[in-house]
Design a protein around this ligand. Sequence first.
Ligand SMILES: Nc1ncnc2c1ncn2[C@@H]1O[C@H](COP(=O)(O)OP(=O)(O)OP(=O)(O)O)[C@@H](O)[C@H]1O
Length: 265
Amino acid sequence: MNSLASQSYPNNECVIRTRGLKKSFGSLNVLKNIDLDIVKGENLAVLGRSGSGKSVLIKIISGLLKPDEGKVEVLGQEIDKIGPEALQALRMKIGFSFQNSALYDSMSVKENLSFPLVRNKRHLGEKEVKYAIEEVLSEVGLSQTLNQMPSELSGGQRKRIGIARTLILKPEIMLYDEPTAGLDPITSIDINNLILKVQKKYNTSAIIITHDLTCAKKTANKVAMIVDGTFLTSGSFDEVFTSDDENVKAFYDYNFIKTDELIEK
Ligand SMILES: Nc1ncnc2c1ncn2[C@@H]1O[C@H](COP(=O)(O)OP(=O)(O)OP(=O)(O)O)[C@@H](O)[C@H]1O
């Protein structure tokens, strides 16, 4: 199977849908034909070797990059075709958790969290902003960091604050770019649990880009692997990792992973 077009959820609402998506940079054809359906409430993990186009894909879905060809529908709107105001409104429904957490280093945690609200929801009063900050900080288990600076936080705490900053706008879609990269295994478990909590509590749908197969197994309902600009295979974690495809095997050999330990017996 080289497409992620959904046949199994015909009656469910698709929050992200791409058809025939292509993107090149000069002579480098990064995405050659991406068909993708993500149903409401579903988490999809996207795997692939370095440079396979995973980040380019989520940048197109979030409207940060435009595709060369193909269709990209996000929450029912063609994100690459809408005007600036509609794009801004749509983007508020998409939480982007960046690999480096992208916190403002000169701002405290409180200021980092109030920034998106003050900028995008100007009608909110001081009390409402304070309440929203306390609520998301409590959700990510970091109420005590309110007045700390990003430089005083651990890598795992920075990731959590980055996620809290997206949650404050109550997104419908979450895009996680390597959420566990650079974290120790215990902290990674905490982040995986947070991703699941966000899915349940906020009823989000998500794309999780990761090289971490434990993260993919724990957080995703579906896993897909990009090879040579298209989805080579997709399905449940166990379906993908019991595949005989040489590219799939090469992927876990390359990552020194014993998938036997990850696959349900
Ligand atoms: N704005 C850009 N201009 C030119 N080339 C780009 C641009 N963005 C991405 N690329 C190229 O597209 C290819 C795919 O990049 P991308 O960041 O999507 O890879 P990735 O699969 O996310 O890799 P990694 O796992 O290492 O993060 C790379 O060769 C990259 O250099």
